[in-house]
Write a protein of this length. Structure first.
Length: 141
């Protein structure tokens, strides 16, 4: 990313929480006159427990992730994509790719599907890793 221009990085996963984080990050990028980098990670080694019996090739997984990323950006920000917004599909574990993308960013924004405080549930592993290792401030929206 251009070192002269502020960049806000937002991680998306297709969840409603990440859609809310994307909307928040887009508003913040407009306020700061910053670019917005929307990052969707995918890991060919990861198989969700709810996807039992569904075996996709690596290429099919990548294309499914790309389609989800495009749909989420279009839904949250409209079409065509606003100027100053870049969507990136990154292969690898989300916690690693987001920590890497946080280098040089003004802010890293993540969604949290955790319920309100006091219910006994903690934040997820991606948010936890980013809070520990990100190279910029982190907002959990």
């Amino acid at each position: 990313m251009n070192g002269n221009k502020l960049a806000i990085v937002v991680g998306v996963s297709g969840s409603e929480a990440s859609a809310a984080a994307l909307r928040w990050a887009a508003d913040e990028a407009r306020r700061r006159h910053a670019t917005l980098r929307v990052v969707r990670s995918w890991d060919a080694e990861f198989t969700a427990p709810y996807a039992a019996g569904r075996h996709l090739t690596r290429g099919q997984q990548r294309e499914a992730a790309r389609a989800e990323l495009s749909a989420q950006v279009r839904t949250a920000l409209g079409s065509p994509c606003p100027a100053g917004v870049a969507a990136e599909l990154a292969e690898g574990l989300a916690e690693r790719t987001l920590v890497d993308r946080s280098a040089g960013a003004a802010l890293l924004v993540l969604g949290s599907a955790s319920p309100a405080a006091g219910t006994g549930r903690s934040i997820g592993p991606v948010v936890r890793a980013c809070l520990r290792h990100a190279q910029c401030p982190v907002v959990v929206a």
